[in-house]
Design a protein around this ligand. Sequence first.
Ligand SMILES: Cc1cc2nc3c(=O)[nH]c(=O)nc-3n(C[C@H](O)[C@H](O)[C@H](O)COP(=O)(O)OP(=O)(O)OC[C@H]3O[C@@H](n4cnc5c(N)ncnc54)[C@H](O)[C@@H]3O)c2cc1C
Length: 452
Amino acid sequence: MSQQYVHQHLSPLGPPVENERAAVRRLRRDVDGAVHVPFEVAYDRERQAPYSDIDPRPVAVVMATGSADVRAALATAREHGLPLAVQGTGHGTQAASDGGILVKTTQLAGVLVDPVRKVARVGAGAVWEQVIAAAAPLGLAPLAGAHQTVGVAGYTLGGGIGWLSREYGFAADSLLRAEVVTADGRVLTASADSHPDLFWAMRGGGGNFGVVTSLEFRLHPVARVFAGAAFFPGERAADVLVRYRDWIASAPDALSTAVRLTRLPDDRQVPAPLRGRRVVAVHVMFGGPGEEAGRLLAPLFEAAGRPLLETFRTGAFGEMDMGGTVPAHVNLLDTLPDPVIDILVATAARPDSPVSGVEIRHWGGAMGRPGPHAGPVGHRTAHFSAILDARLPEVEAVLRPHTGGRAFLNFLQDPDNAVAAYTPSDYRRLREVKRAYDPDNFFRLNYNIPPA
Ligand SMILES: Cc1cc2nc3c(=O)[nH]c(=O)nc-3n(C[C@H](O)[C@H](O)[C@H](O)COP(=O)(O)OP(=O)(O)OC[C@H]3O[C@@H](n4cnc5c(N)ncnc54)[C@H](O)[C@@H]3O)c2cc1C
């Protein structure tokens, strides 16, 4: 039973069941969109958080059709003393909306592309594949991640790192404007000229500052890219990583890479040369000709030996399947010291290891060169992330001295540790903006930043 729910039982608003029923009646009266309640099929479908262990049990799920519905849900939540949560896809939901009102943005999924200004204006429920599909015919692309089913809103508000980020920055850096319903029920436009402090905070501060109903962001001139992976025997992992850490210093911004150590199943769906093997794979996306990528990658591949398989090709950005490692344990690193390489390689190699995937990803480039007005995306100076698909205390102990406890909001597992995702000065300023726009921490079912 969640703390909010216990609080409800002690509430002066009358018996909780009556209070919740009254809230649902009010929602049904004031909201244009559907209102789903427990035991409805749609309720179970919409409340899910598929990538989290939580099993949210809100009082009602509100399928918002616009900012008026969000305002009505917010007013109902406030009047009935219920917490409010917001969700698009549920990919990043880490705090349960138990005993509260869950606002779903799924129906706010319109996508408009302005080819002259090279911007996209999207509803808060849009997912990346819709934006990629709308932008691609114009030779443009958004700063999406590899998984195109991720929601634009949660991804962008939490920073957003994708395969184009070394060249064009974090997704939050390309945000130009957001329409947002604030904790006091105002509908505001946040941009460089309108509520600039709120706009700053929303470019990395997550869902702390209001419910976003639409966003406008820059698109970038990316049509075709060279991408794919080269797979080598797992025994080469240490050699590849040692060369990678030195070779990476000369990589241009247009070249994005990750090294993945994986155990592949003995399964017919896995290409024959890789089936049942431990492999080290170098994943690449390059915004230039394949020959140039080959020249840039040659010194790295020399250390790796003969590949078991290569999947490189030139094609549309949105058609490239870059895969990814499930982020159970994410570490931001400035370098790849020997002890880090050793523990990652040993962990991936252990036959009984609960870790079946390790990804070392190169950051830097434009992400590390924010403009003077950039938002609070944290730890821009990190050069690498090391992502493991399971947590192991012995690995955490070796990595901790090298990570400085830093986190990236979108990959944070612990909703109570948002502080780890920011520099101290950004975190202080975020708490001040929170005090200005949400002084009683109404928006708290998220990676919470408490008001100053
Ligand atoms: C398979 C997978 C791959 C991923 N890959 C990447 C990646 O490559 N790069 C990266 O940066 N991240 C990545 N992520 C993390 C992802 O960006 C976050 O989980 C993000 O929060 C997902 O946003 P969403 O809107 O889809 O999720 P939701 O669960 O719908 O939302 C997550 C949170 O975002 C906030 N939020 C969402 N919508 C709104 C809104 N309209 N107004 C206010 N707040 C809102 C809320 O706090 C909410 O709890 C990945 C996640 C998964 C599951």
